[in-house]
Design a protein around this ligand. Structure first.
Ligand SMILES: [Zn+2]
Length: 736
């Protein structure tokens, strides 16, 4: 059932001059908007029946706040419901892995459609352990009952020394006098899985996204822009971003226009060019048209037998396997946004790029003919967008360095029609009403989400629409966001919520293998579009088609460690994280078997053995392609990316022993935290946990990886599959 309950906050807004702009020293400027006469706000609006309190903002603690001291935080509370309410505002101190502490409290009483500013006195406890803490203020919707609405102070509280910072990860720039263009790809020579994405010559550090999005027309309005903070790793005459403005998919693809580009505040020239195959010795401006052609494989082939590697993966308009090579040998679209600043950027310099754009966001057609990206929701009273983007479609709604190894942190400032909800990665910092302006004659709300953790290109979430959004604070210091499209029928929404509520248990279960959860938040967004897949968007897992299922939630939540915190260094390593997420499903099945057997640990282990043996005996499809060498057409379509690596990890767990296996997991999580990992790095990390680290055992393990991850077998059975398995498993076991 659709409801329009959030629309009523427009009426409440009249009383809320203090909410028209963010307050507090740490607030960032909102997108500019001209103010319209207040009289335009006096239209009658549907109302939320009953009380409906929300927190709309909370100031940060002082930069150098100290344990044992008292501070006053300032926030705002809104009642956008039709009934008065009275209840506590509680400020909690959260740190992942510890129980939340209530450190301040005040009581607010609000009439219908009213708001108030509050000051909350907090005392930071003495004896806090070193670490990063979040300050979270919450109210209950009905005052003393109902779902929680919380906001998080933007600046975290740091007690003691900071742990290793992301900045330290930026590779030291090589000193060089010569300035040149940044590379238009992050892939190596010969790569044939989305080689067109990613951009070299700089590291992406942070991105601010400002969307002015009209849900009814599905358009980005004037003022929409991104601000990308980068650091040069060479002296740059020019550099590139990925941005798909138009698509052969004229119905659902993007139709976007860049208005201007600034570099360090100065106008910069820009143009769009085709990608070139990585490592082209003739340079990125190779006049040979064959250097810019699409292909599933290396070489391109196609009707003219192009001997060169592909410059891009084809954007197939059909999933028909008989058509997978149809676009091989065609020209790649000009999706590289090349920016030339007024003067060269020195090696090692920080620089800020602003790209202003408008138009219609859309979906990308992949090398397998499926689509992903910005799915429009155009049902009456339920307009908006649902974003799920693996592997490359973030570039269909914003310009970025579009590669899984590029992981800037993010802030999202989404201005949307009043009554609509915007959901981004990480923590909700504020939701603030704006007066009507040229973009939003009916008024608008700016939603600010903050991700303190870096996000890989395909895991950036930004769904906007009619969502019921709430949050839970867990005993382990993590905020769990739950969002469902309001069009989902109530009985289904209730069933969905029961599964979403299990996310904390799933996370705790998976932490026993993976170690400490890597983010401050987790959550689920259930949308209504018929996107053909679920996705592990960082801290906001997306489910399509209005429904969620428990086993898939296990899969996607496992990804928060594998794929999200530790990402694949390139697309051909998709099997690495999909195999681990599949292992998450196998762990879930094993835990069910354990529960059915009265808690027997042996039943857990036997379930994994059974899973291995069943899949190992399975079809040729697992074996007739190497997981580490997929083609775009088959990247997500099956057993080579999912089940084959999934059972390989079961074997690896028995080779290392469960305790060593968990230790290896946790070391990889720590070493490659908020970064990406290559196949060689992964194999080396597991090898260092071999119980018998002899030369022959290490060689045997190397052979195991080669067989399971890199080898193509001919069709058939028996020897036409990996022969090195694991102790107690079918196949040849593991001897060294
Ligand atoms: Zn997955």
């Amino acid at each position: 059932m659709k409801t329009l309950r959030r629309l009523s906050c427009l009426a409440g807004m009249l009383l809320l001059p203090s909410l028209f702009a963010p307050l507090g020293a740490d607030a960032r400027p909102l997108p500019a908007g001209s103010l319209a006469p207040l009289s335009s706000l006096l239209m009658p609006l549907p109302s939320v029946v009953g009380a409906h309190l929300i927190m709309s903002r909370l100031s940060s603690a002082p930069q150098h706040a100290r344990a044992g001291h008292v501070y006053v935080l300032h926030g705002s509370v809104v009642n956008d419901g039709s009934a008065a309410a009275r209840g506590p505002v509680v400020v909690h101190l959260l740190r992942v892995g510890t129980r939340p502490l209530a450190i301040g409290r005040t009581v607010v009483g609000l009439a219908a459609h009213d708001s108030t500013d509050v000051g909350v006195r907090i005392r930071l406890p003495r004896g806090l352990h070193n670490g990063s803490y979040t300050l979270v203020a919450c109210v209950q919707r009905a005052g003393r009952s109902g779902k929680l609405g919380c906001v998080t102070a933007e600046r975290h509280l740091q007690i003691g020394p900071r742990s290793r910072t992301r900045a330290a990860r930026v590779s030291a720039a090589a000193p060089s006098a010569a300035c040149s263009s940044g590379a238009h790809s992050l892939s190596p020579f010969g790569a044939h899985v989305y080689p067109e994405t990613g951009n070299g010559g700089y590291t992406s550090l942070h991105t601010d996204v400002y969307l002015n999005y009209d849900t009814a027309s599905n358009l980005f309005l004037p003022g929409t822009h991104v601000v990308l903070s980068n650091q040069a790793t060479q002296c740059l005459t020019d550099f590139s971003l990925d941005f798909e403005r138009t698509s052969p998919n004229t119905k659902d693809g993007p139709d976007l226009t860049v208005g201007s580009v600034l570099v360090n505040g100065q106008p910069a020239s820009f143009t769009f060019v085709q990608p070139t195959y990585p490592g082209d010795p003739n340079g990125q401006n190779d006049p040979d048209p064959r250097a810019h052609e699409a292909g599933q494989l290396n070489p391109v082939g196609g009707p003219d037998n192009n001997p060169l590697p592909p410059a891009c993966s084809p954007e197939l308009l059909s999933t028909n396997p008989n058509k997978q090579f149809d676009l091989d040998g065609t020209q790649c679209p000009a999706n590289k946004l090349v920016i030339t600043p007024s003067s060269a950027i020195p090696s090692g310099a920080s620089f800020v790029v602003e790209v202003d754009y408008t138009g219609r966001p859309g979906v990308h057609n992949d090398g397998d003919g499926t689509t992903e990206g910005w799915f429009r929701i155009s049902q009456q009273n339920d307009a908006g967008g649902f974003v799920t983007t693996e592997p490359v479609a973030t570039e269909d709604w914003m310009p970025l360095n579009n590669h899984p190894s590029s992981k800037p942190t993010y802030d999202f400032y989404d201005t949307v029609p009043l009554g609509k909800t915007a959901i981004g990665n990480g923590e909700l910092v504020s939701q603030l009403a704006n007066l009507p302006d040229a973009n939003f004659p009916g008024g608008s709300t700016t939603w600010h989400w903050h991700s303190p953790e870096g996000i890989a290109s395909y895991l950036v979430e930004n769904s906007i629409g009619s969502y019921d959004l709430s949050v839970r604070l867990s005993s382990s210091g993590i905020q769990y966001y739950e969002a469902q499209d309001l069009a989902i029928p109530k009985p289904k929404a209730a069933a969905n919520k029961a599964i979403m509520d299990m996310q904390e248990d799933i996370l705790n279960f998976q932490s026993a293998f993976n170690g400490t959860y890597p983010f401050t938040t987790d959550g689920v967004v259930i949308g209504v579009p018929a996107a053909s897949f679920e996705e592990e968007m960082q801290t906001k897992i997306t489910f399509a088609n209005g429904k969620i299922d428990l086993q898939t939630l296990h899969h996607e939540n496992m990804h928060q460690w594998w794929g999200d915190n530790v990402s694949e260094a390139n697309y051909n390593l998709t099997f690495f994280k999909e195999g681990l997420a599949t292992l998450g499903e196998y762990f879930f099945i094993a835990a069910n078997a354990q529960a059915a057997a009265g808690g027997s640990a042996a039943a857990f282990e036997q379930s994994l053995v059974n899973t291995f043996n069943t899949v190992y005996a399975g079809s040729d499809l697992l074996w007739t392609g190497a997981p580490s060498d997929p083609r775009p057409y088959t990247l997500f379509s099956g057993s080579k990316t999912y089940r084959r690596p999934g059972i390989a990890y079961i074997a690896l767990r028995l080779i290392l022993g469960p305790a060593n296996f968990n230790a290896a997991f946790q070391q990889i999580q720590s070493t490659y935290r908020q970064w990406s990992v290559s196949e060689a790095q992964l194999e080396s990390a597991f090898e260092s946990f071999l119980p018998v680290p002899s030369a022959s055992c290490r060689a045997r393990l190397g052979q195991f990886f080669t067989e399971w991850w890199d080898t193509v077998y001919p069709p058939g059975g028996g020897a036409n599959r990996p022969q090195i398995t694991g102790p107690g498993l079918d196949g040849g076991g593991f001897h060294c």
